[in-house]
Write a protein that binds this ligand. Structure first.
Ligand SMILES: Cc1ncc(C[n+]2csc(CCOP(=O)(O)OP(=O)(O)O)c2C)c(N)n1
Ligand SMILES: [Mg+2]
Length: 287
């Protein structure tokens, strides 16, 4: 006598067999039968862990897999859901992060906004640890709704948003001139005065909408802080230590043209747009 199982039932059983704990994702009518099969089984070891969009689901699963070493599962709906998931799927390659303390980043693909949703997956994988996220403001604007998952799943993730109001590294790569100091005796790194004023300033398309990042918690849950100098940062870090069980977002305000020491060496070089050009956008050498 043959026993007939549905595809949904088969998938559920298979996921249980391989030790799947979480199915990340966003619901849709094409995936409803499968999700219902799991919800209706009180004995299953698999739990449905919702995310705020498919990109966040993919990054969250990536963070979970990298830290737990287990298979991460994402379930999205046909078409709209699947296409949104492509970016994290392509990025979820190769890097194995070993415990105990660990540093997690998007290794192969460098999709900005990875860290905020990925930290939720990391938390599921390492429940006794506190993920700390350091994310640029432009990157945060991509996936910040993932903070709602930090609160919803009662995590203690801390997100530091490095708020310089710009896509800094994008500007740096094509034209570092706005970052060069004016008051230096070293002509190699001194700010240059170009006839085209655009080459002397941050490009308008690298300027970000101004957000009060700490206030996202008023909408999605959690606690927010703002820091504008080192003293305030120290105070907030001490405060965070006294709040080990809640999710936190810190708006770290930094000057627009203050770049990390690690990339200051580029001041002496020539940005792609600093080659001779009579028009804007300026010339970009072939890569
Ligand atoms: C999804 C995605 N879109 C666009 C890019 C191109 N990109 C690389 S870095 C960057 C700017 C990052 O800005 P921000 O997070 O504010 O960091 P900053 O360099 O200012 O510290 C952009 C847009 C990317 N890597 N990934
Ligand atoms: Mg920035």
């Amino acid at each position: 006598m043959s026993t007939c199982v549905t595809v949904a039932e088969y998938l559920k059983q298979r996921l249980e067999e391989i030790g799947c704990e979480h199915i990340f994702g966003v619901a849709g009518n094409y995936s409803a039968a499968f999700l219902n099969t799991i919800e209706q089984d009180p004995n299953t070891s698999v739990s449905i862990t919702g995310n705020t969009n498919e990109i966040n689901a993919g990054h969250c699963a990536d963070g979970y897999a990298r830290v737990s070493g287990k298979m991460a599962v994402v379930c999205v709906t046909y078409g709209v859901g699947a296409f949104s998931l492509l970016n994290p799927i392509l990025g979820a390659q190769n890097l194995k992060i070993n415990q105990p303390d660990g540093f997690v980043c998007a290794a192969a693909w460098l999709s900005i906004g990875y860290s905020v949703p990925a930290s939720l997956g990391v938390k599921f994988a390492a429940k006794n640890k506190r993920p700390l996220v350091f994310v640029g403001d432009g990157s945060f604007q991509e996936t910040c709704q993932a903070v709602s998952g930090h609160y919803h799943y009662k995590t203690n993730i801390v997100v530091f948003v490095l708020n310089n109001h710009i896509y800094g590294i994008e500007q740096m790569l094509v034209n570092p001139n706005p970052f060069r100091p004016e008051d230096t005796a070293n002509p190699d790194i001194k700010k240059r005065e170009y006839a085209d004023p655009l080459l002397n300033t941050i490009y308008p398309y690298n300027e970000l909408n101004v957000w009060s990042y700490e206030k996202i918690v008023d909408m999605v849950g959690g606690t927010g802080f703002v820091v504008e100098n080192r003293m305030q940062l120290k105070e907030v870090l001490e405060k965070i230590d006294t709040l080990p069980d809640i999710n936190i977002v810190v708006n770290v305000k930094i000057p627009k043209t203050d770049v990390p020491d690690a990339i200051r060496y580029k001041f002496a070089g020539t940005g792609e747009d600093e080659y001779e050009s009579s028009t804007f956008p300026p010339f970009c050498p072939p890569l």
